[in-house]
Design a protein. Structure first.
Ligand SMILES: Cc1cc2nc3c(=O)[nH]c(=O)nc-3n(C[C@H](O)[C@H](O)[C@H](O)COP(=O)(O)OP(=O)(O)OC[C@H]3O[C@@H](n4cnc5c(N)ncnc54)[C@H](O)[C@@H]3O)c2cc1C
Length: 477
């Protein structure tokens, strides 16, 4: 019997698990995918928003501002790549400047520091590659960029080290509530729990419906991106947004925390929540929108495209509360942007909802909120590299040449508490396969290492989700 069952191993489920994991509670996180961060948390812009654009007093605004204030420390504690790179919202007319003024005013009322409106000359000093018809910009000093999948995986790793169990490939099919106990029916087994927390992202309305709560709908809105090579990552120094409209924040251009250039997303309501493909016409639209900000986008340097799906709530705001229809069932739903920026604050917010549900909740005597300090090999100094190789000669073997990922890092990623079990799992933890060749060179070696470390046949190694086997048979003996 679990005290708490968390449905969904995205960034929200992971940070809630982390916040709860320091208490004497038996907790599990379950996800239908083979790994954490395989939903929206694995495909977004990776921006920690300044917090000025959500309506003041809404949960989105409050939790974005709190989350963004916590983020630097959280990322340091959990080895999550983070860079306080700042952002600009650019305006092309005096009409748009008025929107910037409203955003600034709203942000300042919310207590956000470091907001200012700057003119053309200063903009071009900060960002020489932006188009010259940009006349004004809102500068936000607190905006930052992070690695969204590392953020999710490392928060869940922290929770797992504190004793939270993680069940992969457990799809929730139904939930029954007895007098006091939930039976969460999955395709593997039935799990019993006293409290259920619904963090199922774009499927949160369907999970909520299982306990008779249909008070909200999730409207899936896709966003497609173009990712460009690291060699052009410095086209911009900050996150560059266009002035927001009713449709959202619009197409942005940013360097990612790993050094690539990212352009996107569009925003389109879709019917099928399971579709994650990209489309030629949408990618072209994203490119054209990006050109409005800078006509210097080197499209020939693009290395991949991808789609993320927003869980837009029918209510307009984050839904974080105990269901009115079902006691001890907490919905954490409608987590569209700025869900990532808010995640640590959402963890604490949900902890406060959970505490009164248990009469004698006490802290564990032995817990941690930090992960051992670890640097990517590629970020080490020459001396640090030498030391690492001396301790473990697997650091001396580069497997992914684009990203300089060593065999030691891949082996470590497989043996984490919530270790990688697939090629994509290794990629999200180490960056092997994320570079210019997108795994073209390192894939065979990563398969070998996974098979060796997991003690499975190479044919059993999967790329991503269920059934994504890579090798089928020998073609040459
Ligand atoms: C295009 C785009 C750009 C964005 N950019 C930003 C940004 O720059 N900054 C920012 O702050 N936010 C951004 N966001 C929002 C942010 O990505 C989300 O708020 C966040 O990732 C939501 O996390 P989650 O854990 O709620 O959902 P998910 O990451 O989707 O996790 C939900 C999990 O539930 C699991 N699940 C669902 N149904 C079941 C079931 N039946 N059984 C078991 N498991 C189930 C899924 O497999 C999934 O892993 C963006 C979103 C999109 C789409």
């Amino acid at each position: 019997m679990y005290d708490i069952i968390i449905i969904g191993a995205g960034v929200i489920g992971a940070f809630i698990a982390r916040s709860l994991s320091i208490y004497e509670l038996k907790i599990c996180v379950i996800d239908k995918h083979i790994d954490a961060a395989m939903g929206t948390s694995g495909a977004n812009s990776g921006i920690i928003h300044g917090g000025y654009d959500a309506i003041l007093g809404s949960l989105k605004s409050t939790l974005n501002i709190k989350g963004s204030n916590q983020m630097k420390k959280v990322c340091m504690d959990l080895n999550i790549p983070y860079e306080n790179c700042e952002s600009l919202v650019v305006a092309f007319s005096n009409e748009e400047k008025k929107v910037l003024e409203l955003l600034k005013e709203q942000g300042e009322k919310g207590g956000i520091k470091g907001l200012s409106i700057i003119g053309g000359q200063e903009i071009r000093k900060l960002e020489p590659n932006l188009n010259h018809d940009i006349t004004w910009a809102l500068l936000s000093k607190t905006a930052a960029i992070v690695s969204p999948y590392k953020m999710t995986i490392n928060a869940l790793e922290n929770a797992a080290i504190n004793g939270v169990e993680f069940f992969r490939e457990y799809e929730v099919l139904d939930i029954n509530k007895g007098s006091d106990i939930f039976i969460v029916k999955t395709d593997k087994e039935n799990l019993k729990g006293k409290v259920v927390i619904n963090c199922a992202g774009i499927f949160a309305d369907e999970i909520s419906k299982m306990v008779g709560d249909e008070s909200f709908k999730i409207i899936p809105r896709s966003g497609e991106y173009i990712l460009l090579d690291k060699s052009v990552g410095n086209l911009v120094n900050r996150v560059i947004f266009q002035t927001p409209t009713k449709e959202g924040k619009g197409v942005l251009i940013t360097r990612t925390v790993d050094g690539n250039l990212l352009i996107g997303p569009d925003a389109k309501v879709i019917n099928d929540k399971t579709l994650h493909e990209t489309h030629r016409d949408v990618i072209n639209y994203v490119y054209q929108k990006g050109l409005k900000t800078t006509d210097k986008i080197p499209l020939h340097q693009s290395i991949t495209t991808f789609t993320g799906v927003r869980a837009t709530p029918s209510t307009g705001d984050f839904i974080i509360k105990e269901s009115e229809k079902c006691k001890h069932f907490i919905n954490v739903a409608g987590m569209d942007s700025p869900g990532l920026s808010s995640a640590p604050a959402i963890g604490d917010y949900v902890l406060n909802l959970v505490k009164p549900m248990f009469s004698d909740i006490t802290k564990k005597t032995n817990y941690t909120l930090t992960l051992p300090n670890k640097k990517y090999f590629s970020n080490m100094t020459v001396n640090e590299k030498k030391q690492a190789i001396k301790k473990n000669n697997q650091y001396g073997k580069i497997v992914c040449r684009c990203e300089n990922v060593t065999e030691a890092e891949i082996v470590e990623s497989i043996h984490m508490t919530i270790g990688a079990t697939t090629v994509d799992g290794v990629k999200r933890r180490t960056r092997a396969g994320m570079g210019r060749c997108q795994g073209g060179f390192c894939l065979p070696q990563v398969i070998d290492i996974l098979a060796r470390e997991l003690k499975i046949d190479k044919k059993e190694v999967q790329k991503g989700d269920k059934g994504s086997y890579i090798l089928t048979r020998r073609t040459r003996v």
